[in-house]
Design a protein around this ligand. Structure first.
Ligand SMILES: *[C@@H]1O[C@H](CO)[C@@H](O)[C@H](O)[C@H]1NC(C)=O
Ligand SMILES: *[C@@H]1O[C@H](CO)[C@@H](O)[C@H](O)[C@H]1NC(C)=O
Length: 554
């Protein structure tokens, strides 16, 4: 428990600037910073304003959200206003993670200036060089000086992920305003022309890029004992995925994009997300909530029924949830849409009748509950046997074989994102609301992004490279959770140290009473090199074999 405290205090410590800000600003409304409705529409496909700072209150949740910027959106805008009764001095700095692909962006305000007392919208141009196809992180840091004498400065960090395509591909995209090169304001209405950009498109592209990190097959039984007591084993750190990595092979990426997306990147106008939502829309009056299962700061999970007869789990948000939280619930809740497999908790319907509290319904027997909470509950979990752990792992491995065969990388495999029923049938679910419901499982590492650090492979941690192989890594951690009744992995390790810790070859220790064979399978998932990790088909093979061994003597 000491560790939980440490993790929390670390996050609190990190965000201490924000906290101070929240506190000081409760007394003084001095600033608004938000995205106007046109901007939210073209980035997220919903009609809303998103406030980062409203009358001095900072919305950390919105700040933490990395907004993807689709390839055809060439500039992003922010709107702000000083409420202090005088212009407030600011400085702004924009940094991109890959100068070659996305050269230093231009802005139509100066780097140091004053926030006016009337609303001002400014734009930051993100024009890719076209030299490479890649996702580039854009970090926009703003300092607002409230009081020079008191050294009262507000720091805000906004994050965007810009999708860049190769020049050849770029040429065919819809041209957004090129105002930043010509410094001529665009005709009014230009924003509505480029509204076509869609988050769904961005997600599809990300998916292709990440899924590209192909692995060569590695056999289950090879190399004898992979890292049995690997806690002290040092491994080769030369990852091929970093070199021939997720984005570095343009021809195939373009090929993949080309074959699946219309070449004239006129993105599916009523975008994918909206299409999915409309396909799945159910009437609110048919949903009956029976009991509250989980509650976070704004997220809620209920048990309920649909149409009086069908048992469902319902994920929703509280009335006070922001528009950003609402659209996150919908996006993430929809991420496994269309996956139909008995090992996957699939979305049955959504309701967005009342825009502030959408429901996402999942079809699930009424004994279904969250797997992590189940494991933490001594009255349920203590009786679980090794055979049952192997069976549960196998069900999940099969679900992942299914997802991966459809090119979907889950990216957040953990017991908190699974459910279990009274027959011990487990299903993999999406990760919507998990940051809110399991805050201790996510850490911010100074980049204001809350990530499941202790479940991430080294390349996911360092370079945010996700692939089937990073899913295998997380699955190893999930198996470890199953064996430890959902202990916190690496409880004693500071999240900031994880990268070094993993690079130096340290791994989770073998749980008490976890058979060697089972631990060998887990440890195999934690091979440093992505290509050396087992695929889920191989994991399924290993688990099935082990199952046969254990049950032979029962
Ligand atoms: C910057 O450009 C945007 C267009 O995207 C425009 O709305 C805004 O008024 C411009 N701001 C300034 C300060 O010129
Ligand atoms: C500046 O900080 C002081 C405390 O150091 C606080 O009392 C004051 O409210 C802050 N001023 C503003 C404008 O927020």
């Amino acid at each position: 428990m000491a560790t939980k405290f440490n993790e929390n205090s670390m996050c609190v410590f990190l965000c201490v600037g924000c906290w101070l800000l929240v506190m000081c600003c409760n007394t003084q409304a001095h600033l608004n910073v938000y995205l106007n409705p046109q901007e939210v529409m073209r980035l997220l496909g919903v009609a809303a304003e998103v406030y980062y700072v409203r009358e001095g209150h900072v919305n950390n949740y919105a700040l933490n959200f990395v907004v993807p910027v689709p390839a055809n959106v060439r500039d992003i805008t922010f709107t702000w206003q000083s409420l202090a009764g005088r212009p407030l001095p600011y400085s702004i700095n924009v940094v991109t993670s890959d100068q070659e692909t996305l050269p230093r962006p231009f802005m139509n305000i100066s780097q140091i200036g004053e926030i006016p007392t009337n609303e001002q919208t400014f734009a930051i141009g993100l024009k890719c060089s076209g030299a490479r196809a890649s996702e580039v992180d854009v970090t926009i840091s703003v300092e607002v000086i409230l009081n020079r004498a008191l050294n009262n400065v507000t720091h805000l960090v906004f994050r965007r992920k810009k999708i860049c395509l190769l020049a050849e591909f770029e040429e065919n995209t819809v041209h957004g305003p090129v105002l930043l090169e010509t410094a001529v304001p665009p005709p009014t209405g230009i924003l509505t022309i480029i509204v076509g950009s869609s988050l769904a498109l961005a997600l599809v592209i990300i998916l292709f890029l990440t899924a590209y990190c192909v692995r060569r097959s590695a056999k289950c039984q090879n190399n004898g004992q992979p890292m049995r007591t690997s806690s002290f084993q040092r491994l080769n750190t030369n990852s091929p995925c970093q070199q021939a990595g997720a984005y570095n092979d343009p021809p195939s990426i373009v090929g993949a994009l080309h074959s699946s997306l219309p070449r004239k990147t006129e993105p599916q106008h009523p975008e994918e997300l909206h299409r999915r939502i409309s396909e799945l829309t159910v009437e609110r009056c048919r949903v009956r909530l029976s009991s509250l299962l989980q509650e976070g700061t704004f997220g809620r999970v209920y048990r309920g029924t649909y149409n009086e007869s069908q048992d469902v789990l319902v994920k929703t948000v509280a009335q006070h949830a922001s528009q950003m939280q609402v659209s996150l619930l919908l996006q993430e809740g929809m991420s496994l849409y269309g996956a139909s497999h008995q090992g996957i908790l699939s979305v049955l319907g959504v309701s967005i009748e009342d825009h502030t509290t959408p429901f996402v319904l999942y079809s699930a027997p009424n004994t279904t509950r969250n797997l992590k909470l189940f494991l933490l509950d001594p009255s349920c979990a203590r009786a679980i046997t090794t055979v049952q752990i192997v069976m549960m792992s196998t069900q999940l491995a099969l679900a992942l074989v299914h997802l991966h065969s459809h090119g979907v990388v889950h990216k957040d495999i953990a017991t908190r994102n699974c459910v279990i029923d009274d027959q011990l049938r487990v299903k993999l679910s999406d990760s919507s609301l998990s940051r809110d419901l399991f805050p201790n499982d996510y850490n911010c590492l100074g980049d204001s992004e809350n990530r499941p650090v202790k479940w991430l492979s080294l390349e996911a941690l360092q370079h945010k490279q996700f692939s089937e192989a990073s899913d295998s890594w997380a699955f190893g951690v999930l198996m470890w959770e199953l064996c430890t009744y959902a202990k916190q992995p690496y409880a004693e390790v500071d999240p900031f140290e994880m990268e070094h810790y993993l690079r130096d070859g340290y791994r989770l220790a073998q749980p008490f009473n976890c058979p060697d064979e089972l631990f060998t399978i887990m440890a195999y998932c934690w091979a440093l090199l992505p290509i050396e990790r087992p695929t889920f088909a191989q994991l399924n093979g290993c688990l099935t074999e082990f199952y046969a061994q254990v049950t032979r003597y029962v």
